[in-house]
Design a protein around this ligand. Structure first.
Ligand code: ATP
Ligand code: MG
Length: 585
């Protein structure tokens, strides 16, 4: 690769639409370019990084005996109709029609296709276990494409699928994938955690996510000191045990101008002191949050969620629980349709299936506990309303926000919260897809048995984005050696022909050792610009061949540490090899 001919144009200014530093640098350094929201072109430098990430994934998948295949991205509707995902996938699915008006889609994930291929070709337990994978484009019309390649609408995924005759086999396949993923992410160069995950719309049971730990993450996860870690979506708050009722009859009180929890608590403390003399807090109030659920078929239904007033409803936990329905805000017109609702003063009396609004409570709300909540008339609240005595609900929902310091569901210690980016997801799907598509084989006793499946994904393009976000400084990217677009970046400076001849010689020698070299051979570009470009592009080792050559020396610079040293030109190849080997050790 020579800078004089490489298809790259580095930019001094940040792209206008980029929020995250790594995304800005990937564009500025000429790795990717935006085509449309969430849709990116990969330039030669980017292709090299992508190829290295893919190679690592291939090696580890092959090592567990998975076999590579490639399905089309353009798919017919029927298989997705059979599993109901044509509808359930909702607006994220890219749908189109061919010239004969047949419905088609661009694959968001490929369970159906793998399942059908195995059904086509295999018929006996003797053919199993089997693991297949592909590295291929996926299409999802994400509501919020983000941070360039971190959340794209076209992106590359490694997806694999395991096929077993029974759940013991599935567990084995799952464990093998877990091992392979651990190796892949250890090699890719970012910090990650493995967390319990919600299986969500995919169905199935055991499921874990590999999250890159990052303040830019869209996922929140919890962990405790015992090693328990889970995506907040998957945290199960235990049902609070029944309590003895300790209060008298409930009573409605005027509480004018208290539409928020804070104003209500102030009004309670000012006008309605507690009998036990401690002050009221937000945790004594019951907040009823209304949303609209939109089912995949377009129907809308209201949902009310009761949570202690010191907590919000967590949008991602809620979405995971109601999926495939989507959560929409409860609007003015919805209030108009349910005139029993007094906005800001909604109580359990106006809710529940009898009132046409399903009402679900946070499991921390104990039977027998007393609450202050809306009295269903403007400016009024009800005090000492006891769950189980004065009101009921239609069930519980795990949708309240999880807070730092909450007791851990593991029973050991408290939870701390951090953010992460989902890099991989492993699922024990079970028989959901095999059943829907009729994937059965003969078992040992000659009986037709439904095959049990696992499904496993790695975000390949997302991985490049995460590595970039995790490896950078003010001057540019700093690739880990395992995925760098080149092993060494040779910068020749000045106008002296001897410099370029020598640099050329070093390049050839390094290449003969099968090292990948990016050579800045541009004769008319100033040293300052070349140095800036080298920092921006982020190859781990930079060799400057310039003025020093007159004294028989060149400079080797470590991009990450910034450390630079002069070495005799005669030993530069050995020194570069030494750097590469040292970083591998
Ligand atoms: P997310 O919650 O981030 O949307 P997901 O649960 O939809 O992810 P899966 O369907 O499990 O993701 O896909 C497998 C992997 O593909 C994810 O772990 C992630 O690394 C990657 N991935 C998913 N959606 C995208 C996207 N829009 N852009 C880039 N990579 C993605
Ligand atoms: Mg998604």
């Amino acid at each position: 690769m020579r800078m004089s001919t490489l298809f790259v144009r580095t930019l001094r200014d940040d792209p206008a639409d980029a929020e995250l530093p790594g995304h800005k640098l990937l564009v500025r350094a000429g790795y990717i370019r935006r085509v449309a929201p969430g849709i990116y072109t990969w330039l030669p430098l980017g292709m090299r990084v992508l190829a290295k990430v893919e190679a690592i994934i291939r090696e580890e998948m092959d090592a567990i005996g998975a076999q590579e295949v490639k399905f089309p991205a353009l798919l017919p509707r029927e298989p997705y109709e059979a599993t109901n995902r044509w509808t359930e996938y909702g607006p994220n699915l890219f749908k189109l029609q061919d010239r004969k008006e047949n419905d088609m889609l661009l694959g968001p994930t490929h369970e159906e296709m793998f399942c059908l291929a195995v059904k086509d070709m295999y018929s006996s337990y003797k053919d199993l276990p089997l693991s297949l994978y592909q590295i291929q484009n996926k299409y999802r019309d994400e509501a919020r494409p983000r941070a360039g390649i971190l959340r794209g609408r076209e992106f590359i995924m490694k997806d694999s699928y395991s096929f077993d005759i029974d759940s013991a086999g599935l567990q084995k396949s799952y464990d093998l994938h877990r091992q392979a993923y651990t190796k892949i992410f250890n090699r890719l160069g970012f910090e990650y955690v493995i967390v319990h995950a919600d299986s969500g719309a995919m169905g199935g049971s055991a499921s874990e996510e590999f999250l890159a730990v990052s303040p830019h993450g869209e996922d929140t996860f919890v962990r405790d000191e015992s090693g328990y870690a889970a995506n907040v979506e998957a945290v199960e708050v235990p049902q609070a045990p029944k309590q003895q009722v300790t209060v008298g009859d409930s009573h409605v009180e005027p509480t004018p101008d208290t539409p928020t929890i804070a104003t209500l608590v102030d009004a309670l403390n000012a006008g309605h002191p507690r009998s036990d003399n401690r002050p009221w807090t937000a945790a004594d109030t019951l907040k009823n949050v209304l949303v609209m659920l939109r089912q995949p078929d377009g129907t809308r239904e209201p949902l009310a969620i009761g949570v202690p007033g010191d907590r919000d409803v967590d949008a991602k936990r809620l979405e995971a629980k109601v999926s495939p329905a989507e959560v929409e805000p409860f609007e003015e017109k919805d209030f108009a349709a349910y005139p029993q609702l007094a906005k800001g003063y909604i109580g359990p009396g106006a809710l529940g299936e009898d009132n046409g609004i399903r009402y679900l409570l946070d499991p921390s709300i104990a039977e027998g506990s007393a609450w202050v909540t809306g009295a269903d008339q403007p400016g009024h609240h009800v005090i000492d309303l006891v769950y189980g005595r004065d009101f009921t609900a239609d069930g519980t929902i795990q949708a309240a926000e999880i807070k730092e310091g909450d007791p851990s569901p593991s029973g050991q210690g408290t939870l701390s919260l951090a953010r992460g980016i989902e890099m991989g997801h492993i699922f024990q799907l079970g028989t959901k897809y095999a059943e829907a598509l009729g994937l059965k084989v003969l078992d040992e006793s000659g009986k037709l048995t439904t095959v049990t499946m696992g499904s496993y994904g790695v975000g390949v393009t997302r991985a490049v984005g995460v590595i970039a976000e995790d490896n950078l400084d003010d001057a540019g990217l700093i690739w880990p050696r395992t995925v760098a677009p080149a092993d060494v970046h040779i910068v020749a400076t000045g106008k002296d022909d001897a410099v370029y001849l020598k640099a050329e010689e070093i390049v050839r020698e390094l290449e003969s050792l099968h090292l990948e070299v990016l050579y800045d051979d541009r004769p008319k570009v100033s040293p300052g610009v070349k140095f800036k470009d080298a920092e921006l592009i982020g190859v781990p080792t930079i060799v400057v061949v310039g003025k020093g050559l007159a004294d028989g020396v060149v400079e080797i610079k470590d991009r990450r540490s910034g450390e630079r040293r002069e070495v005799p030109v005669s030993s530069v190849v050995g020194e570069v090899l030494g750097e590469i080997n040292a970083s591998k050790a």
